[in-house]
Design a protein around this ligand. Structure first.
Ligand SMILES: CC(C)(COP(=O)(O)OP(=O)(O)OC[C@H]1O[C@@H](n2cnc3c(N)ncnc32)[C@H](O)[C@@H]1OP(=O)(O)O)[C@@H](O)C(=O)NCCC(=O)NCCS
Length: 173
């Protein structure tokens, strides 16, 4: 198995797999154009024969926060370590960027506990995530996801009230 950065040629596999699980709210729906635009956020796993096994993305909010998104493995490839390896690669990437806080929303917290994530009591403790996705989500008032974070909960947000860039660097550094 190979876990590597995605290329634009992976976009259609990513699109098909992510959207196959968006109908029931397991994953957020992603447009093909959005996946192409953000393909550099994605990690993919493939078999030794080059068959696509799964993907996951790391969204960078800023030096204070990143988010694991769209992590999913092909049904026939589950239980073979691909999901864990993709998640570890995304965590490594956050660390390479010097980001000490990785968040996500999920219905399967048990999977993420193994990788150092813990639940966050109130989703409002992650205002950037709320500003980015929740406000436009059809499940806003009946959200059944658990908020989780690995590392510290950031003390700042950048998608809400404006703050100076200099202040952001000082607080998150
Ligand atoms: C969650 C998912 C990505 C895991 O991928 P996977 O390749 O099957 O996982 P792995 O084989 O790498 O498993 C790694 C570990 O997590 C555990 N695990 C896997 N799925 C789990 C789940 N749903 N709940 C709890 N633990 C789980 C495995 O038992 C394994 O534990 P071990 O190391 O102690 O043996 C995959 O099941 C999937 O695509 N699910 C549907 C999409 C989804 O719900 N994504 C999360 C959205 S936030």
């Amino acid at each position: 198995m190979l876990v590597r950065k995605a290329r634009l040629q992976d976009a259609s596999n990513v699109y098909d797999l992510v959207n196959s699980l968006s109908g029931d709210g397991t994953l957020l729906k992603r447009a093909f154009a959005e996946i192409c635009e953000n393909i550099r956020d994605f990690i993919v796993a493939e078999s030794d024969a080059g068959v696509f096994l799964g993907c996951g993305a790391l969204h960078l909010y800023g030096p204070h926060l990143s988010e694991v998104r769209s992590i999913v493995v092909m049904p026939e490839a589950k239980g073979q370590g691909a999901g864990g390896r993709i998640l570890n690669a995304l965590i490594d990437e956050a660390e390479e960027h010097g980001i000490h806080s990785v968040c996500l929303f999920t219905r399967i917290p048990d999977f993420f506990f193994k990788y150092g994530f813990r639940t966050v009591e109130e989703k409002t403790e992650l205002p950037d995530k709320i500003f980015k996705d929740c406000q436009t989500c059809p499940r806003l008032h009946r959200c059944d996801e658990v908020a989780m974070v690995r590392g510290r909960i950031p003390r700042i947000s950048i998608l809400g009230p404006r703050i100076e860039a200099e202040q952001l660097v000082r607080i998150s550094g």
